[in-house]
Design a protein around this ligand. Structure first.
Ligand SMILES: Nc1ncnc2c1ncn2[C@@H]1O[C@H](COP(=O)(O)OP(=O)(O)OP(=O)(O)O)[C@@H](O)[C@H]1O
Length: 595
């Protein structure tokens, strides 16, 4: 796995300048599709600077020649001055609008494109990846991290803007007064030192602040998820104390950041004041010999302000740069994630037509070390039902994980319709294997949508038929909106049994050749179970079924029962055969009957 995709601890690392630069370049490359907007914005920035430099010079000349004394200060000249000034202001506003609009448009599109890349990537990754990365952190990556990129693009363009204004202002300053401008160049090393020191300190303060925020978020998430346990064990006060500590830690980290920001503000403003004072002193010194025209003073003040104003924006946004580079680091790592396994062979075109399943000495581990399945072999002929039973942790679900190609197995062979599973077309594999999980998942939408699952070829009648087949119609018909009843996030508002029935209907509506029931009836009460048991028998007709059940009564009819223990098949036979054998299975049945 690519480094650090999973952890929040990236905040505690210091990214080298080279890495940060590389991430900046990577972020800029993501804007390739939006080049027209970004170039348009750049042109608007340059136009603003050129306009500022030129008009300041024009005003200075105008003041010196046309408004310098009572002779030249005519109404006509004042009107001309007002007209040029207003035109400048209007043009500046238009360029400023274009800059913000074009950059904003390009930035949000680039952001949306990166979000899409992440989403597509997530759907291509294997289950092993999701075992290691909590869903919450992937949501953060897709939504929060990408949202910082907008600020990054604005920061980069603020830098361009500052640079062009500073260059323009210095050109203007030199044209106005070479002597003063040369002295003012001395201010630059001071500015650079201030920015450098701030960047060094703020980056570690900022990272500390973000690390504390992550801890705070984790504390909130944990206490909300475990609220019932906390209340049950009367631990509200203890959790409150813990939270208070984390809250204070974040407060102090944030406070340090505010102090650093205030310090940079004051240093920058003092340097700006120093530059202005120096310029005034130098002009004063010059005026002892020759009178300095008002226009020149106006121009010098204007240019100096134009140098320091953009610096304010840059220093205000420097922490954003930190955030965006760390976010880019995490997003880039996720996008280069290579946990794709399992992969099908090249040109895998095999099709599932009958539903025969064969495991030949299959061994499997999740971590490459601890074998969870050891030499599993069995054959399920088309239409047969094979059941797995065994204690918790014996490897029943892992067998299904290997069969569904959620994880790659280590050795042996799995064949479907006598074709190696790696040679079967992935589409056929997914279409012909219908999986019903212990925890059914319902999507936001209506009930019909949840059964149809984007398959528009399924008519309303087909949806209703599938629901009827599994017995879901009984509760759906009682709902005032029937199949159009809205399902909220993960089916809140429906009982576990009802949700399971919908997931049954969904699977059956797609008519798979192979049915996989992973403890599918565990959430259905005994009364409902007998009701759907009949339906299950019906839907298993003409389908190969692999069933896992804790309630052994549900798999009595199976053609073959495989008893697993510590990843090995320890017994196999029909229900009657295994009972008469009086071994492991008979023991399990006896245990369950006692309970
Ligand atoms: N995603 C995973 N990553 C690592 N180990 C896992 C994973 N899933 C299961 N295991 C381990 O594999 C072993 C077998 O688990 P499995 O879920 O296959 O058992 P099971 O028989 O289905 O259990 P249960 O009846 O409790 O569902 C267990 O020791 C479990 O801890």
């Amino acid at each position: 796995m690519a480094e650090n995709t999973t952890s929040q601890s990236v905040w505690s690392q210091s990214l080298s300048v080279k890495t940060q630069f590389g991430l900046g370049v990577w972020l800029m490359r993501q804007t390739r599709g939006q080049l027209a907007y970004f170039i348009g914005s750049l042109i608007a920035i340059i136009a603003q600077s050129v306009l500022m430099t030129l008009t300041t010079k024009i005003f200075a000349n105008f003041l010196n020649t046309k408004l310098s004394d009572q002779m030249t200060t005519t109404t006509r000249n004042l009107v001309i001055f007002a007209a040029i000034y207003s035109s400048w202001r209007i043009l500046q506003s238009i360029f400023s609008y274009l800059y913000t609009f074009l950059l904003g448009r390009g930035a949000i599109r680039a952001q949306a494109d990166i979000r899409m890349q992440i989403f597509t990537k997530l759907h291509s990754l294997g289950m092993r990846f999701f075992d290691q990365v909590p869903a919450g952190s992937l949501v953060t990556r897709t939504v929060n991290d990408t949202s910082t990129f907008w600020d990054f693009y604005f920061f980069i363009f603020s830098l361009f803007s500052a640079l062009s204004l500073i260059v323009g202002s210095f050109v203007g300053l030199f044209l106005s007064n070479v002597y003063v401008s040369s002295w003012l160049l001395l201010i630059f090393p001071i500015i650079i030192v201030i920015l450098f020191v701030y960047q060094r300190f703020s980056s570690s303060i900022f990272r500390g602040m973000r690390a504390k925020l992550s801890e705070l978020n984790a504390k909130i998430a944990e206490s909300i998820s475990g609220i019932s346990v906390i209340q049950d064990f009367n631990q509200e006060a203890r959790f409150s104390d813990d939270f208070s500590r984390e809250n204070d830690n974040y407060f102090h980290a944030r406070y340090r950041m505010i102090r650093a920001d205030a310090l940079i503000d004051i240093s920058r403003d003092l340097t700006g004041g120093l530059a202005l004072a120096l310029a005034m002193a130098l002009l004063g010194q010059l005026s002892l010999n020759n009178a300095i025209a008002a226009g020149t003073i106006y121009a010098v003040i204007n240019y100096i302000s134009a140098i320091f104003e953009p610096l304010r924006n840059i220093t205000n946004q420097m922490s954003v740069l930190q955030e965006a580079t760390v976010s880019a680091y995490r997003v880039k790592n996720l996008l280069s994630e290579d946990e794709y396994d399992p992969r099908q062979n090249a040109n895998a075109t095999g099709k599932i037509t009958r539903g025969k399943i064969e495991f030949r000495n299959v061994s499997f581990s999740y971590d490459g070390e601890n074998q969870i399945l050891k030499n599993i072999s069995f054959v399920a002929e088309p239409g047969q039902t094979i059941a797995f039973v065994g204690h918790t942790g014996s490897g029943k679900s892992s067998t299904i994980n290997a069969l569904m190609r959620f994880y790659e197995f280590d050795s042996g062979q799995i064949l479907i319709d006598d074709i190696d599973i790696r040679d079967i077309d992935p589409k056929s594999l997914r279409e012909q294997m219908g999986l019903v999980l212990q925890e059914p998942f319902l999507f936001y939408g209506d009930l019909a949508f949840n059964i149809r699952m984007y398959d528009d070829s399924l008519s309303d009648t087909a949806v209703a038929t599938a629901a009827r087949l599994v017995g879901a119609d009984k509760f759906i018909d009682k709902l005032s909106n029937g199949y159009q009843t809205l399902v909220n996030e993960n089916g809140a508002g429906f009982s576990a049994g009802e949700k399971q029935l919908i997931s049954f209907a969904r699977t059956i509506a797609h008519d798979p050749k192979i049915l996989i029931l992973d403890e599918a009836t565990s959430h259905i009460d005994t009364a409902s179970e007998s009701l759907i048991q009949e339906s299950l028998l019906k839907i298993q007709e003409n389908r190969t079924t692999i069933a896992i059940a804790h309630r052994l009564s549900t798999i009595k009819h199976a053609n073959l029962i495989l008893v697993l223990d510590k990843g090995q098949i320890v017994e196999q036979g029909t229900h009657a055969e295994l009972i008469s054998k009086g071994g492991y299975y008979a023991e399990l049945i006896a245990l369950q009957n006692k309970a």
